[in-house]
Design a protein around this ligand. Sequence first.
Ligand code: FES
Length: 164
Amino acid sequence: MVRRGFFARATEILGAVIAGGLGVPALVYLLRPARTVAPGGYVDAVDLNQLKMRAPEEVSFQRIRKDGWKLITEKATAWVVKLSENEVVAYSPMCTHLGCAYHFEAAKNEFICPCHTTNFAIDGRVLNGPAPRPLDRYPVKVQGTRLLIGTIEPAKPAGEKKGA
Ligand code: FES
């Protein structure tokens, strides 16, 4: 009788330990708030000394994106143009018509989207084609000689002012 009681008690204790071992992490996972990422975070993209005046360069950089509870590191690209000594812009690599990738045609000094033939000037304006607005831009910051890139801000259709 004493031995049977001992095994029953030991089984209960072992069950409680297993339930605690599985249950506590499950509760922490379910109740913990999602990690937060500072919105509009800037990432280091390129050394400004590598850019030639008014010669677009496609640059790659790493960005951390939040997807629910997960933080995903992904590669992103931007077309960066030094328009003057004091102005550097970074464009989204997607055409504002239907999102195709465009390229820079040095001979014409224009960005060309081959999907439906939209041409963009190096300042992002639509020169011709079906794209409804200029190239979308990343906000940028300069830190020393480094260019930092934020998250894409959609451009306003031609004629609309920013912030309208
Ligand atoms: S997606 Fe670029 S012109 Fe249509």
